[in-house]
Design a protein around this ligand. Structure first.
Ligand SMILES: [Zn+2]
Ligand SMILES: [Zn+2]
Length: 358
């Protein structure tokens, strides 16, 4: 692909339509309000959702109807600040929270702004993402990185915040036993956050042996590979092999896969808690009788809400969780399409794209 992004004013990596990406020179943004800042994103992680839009052109009822800049897992350097901005100055290094809610609706006022129906979220149609030279955000959606934290680590704050929100929904307490289905970036980070919150036993579950090995090195204490048997049998085997006694206190699903969800419900203890973090098929067969008679607590989890981004920065800044190990590759801006291809093929854990050259 021929590109001259270096000479463009605001080079942007744009999804034209399903399967087709191009580099476009977009207008340089102006500050939308005196409370906003313009950031130059320096590193951006590729997320499964970006790849999904690239391949399918849609996720559920979010449909790409006009060209959209991709990317939402970014950290960058403040380039300009509005008159009313108090806490940031030009040159500050920040993690960029990519979803800005309306701040006015009932859910926003309720403190659950991730449920805002008018959320403007980067790289979710019709809103442009962060894979560009410039990106505007309100001051309070930028989180300063301490000096010892790199911008690469800053880009990993987004999936970390997803994990922080999932574990918040799960209400993990010290000495809980926690099972996490899926050892991709979010599953791994859920293991790490559960560990930071004092969970004693953390079981990572996947079908990929290599991923399980990584998860054990990273944050899990035990691993379990599901077999092609019934969900109830998988659950029974997992409880026995992993020493989960009468079942796990908390189970997080970071896969969205039907057999995982079914196994999870059967592997929970009476009165245990289940959180759905992964997105898969919209409808599945669900063991609702077990849920009823075990009096399980079931919760969904969507993106991140009040305090989650700051908690994620703090967890990394204090060394309670490490995100460096999750970075499996780094590419230049001009190689973004190749990086998307690698993620699609399931290569590596987290690939970062560098911001455009000056
Ligand atoms: Zn993401
Ligand atoms: Zn709102």
């Amino acid at each position: 692909m021929a590109t001259q992004t270096a000479t463009q004013k605001n080079p942007s990596f744009v999804l034209k339509e399903a399967g087709k990406v191009i580099y476009e020179d977009r207008p340089v943004p102006e500050l939308p309000s005196p409370y906003d800042v313009i950031v130059k994103p320096r590193w951006t992680g590729i997320c499964g959702s970006d790849v999904h839009y690239w391949v399918e052109g849609r996720i559920g009822h979010f449909i790409v109807e006009k060209p959209m800049v991709l990317g939402h897992e970014s950290a960058g350097i403040v380039h300009a600040v509005g008159d009313k901005v108090k806490t940031l100055k030009v040159g500050d290094r920040v993690a960029m929270e990519p979803g800005v809610p309306c701040r006015r609706c009932l859910r926003c006022k309720d403190g659950k702004y991730n449920l805002c129906p008018d959320m403007a979220f980067a790289a979710t149609p019709p809103y442009d993402g962060t894979l560009a030279r410039y990106y505007t955000l309100p001051e309070d959606y930028c989180y300063q990185l301490p000096e010892h934290m790199s911008l690469e680590e800053g880009a990993l704050i987004e999936p970390t915040a997803v994990a922080v929100h999932i574990t918040k929904q799960a209400g993990i307490r010290p000495s809980d036993t926690v099972v996490v289905f899926g050892a991709g970036p979010v599953g791994l980070l859920c293991c790490a956050v559960a560990k930071a919150y004092g969970a004693t036993k953390i079981v990572t579950v996947d079908i990929n042996e290599e991923r399980l090995k990584f998860a054990l090195d990273y944050a899990a204490t035990t691993s379990f590979r599901t077999a092609r048997v019934s969900a109830e049998e998988n659950a029974k085997n997992m409880i026995k092999e992993c020493g989960l006694g009468s079942g796990a206190d908390v189970i997080i699903d970071a896969t969205g896969a039907e057999p995982c969800i079914q196994t999870a419900i059967h592997a929970l203890r009476l009165g245990g808690t289940y959180v759905q973090g992964g997105m898969g098929k919209p409808d599945i067969t669900f063991p609702i009788m077990a849920m009823c008679t075990k009096e399980l607590n079931l919760k969904g989890s969507f993106r991140y809400g009040s305090g989650d981004y700051q908690t994620a920065v703090d967890l990394v800044a204090t060394g309670r969780i490490s995100v460096k190990q999750l970075i499996s590759g780094k590419v230049k801006f001009d190689e973004a399409e190749k990086a998307f291809g690698d993620v699609k093929q399931g290569k590596g854990i987290k690939i970062l794209i560098e911001g455009p050259e000056e």
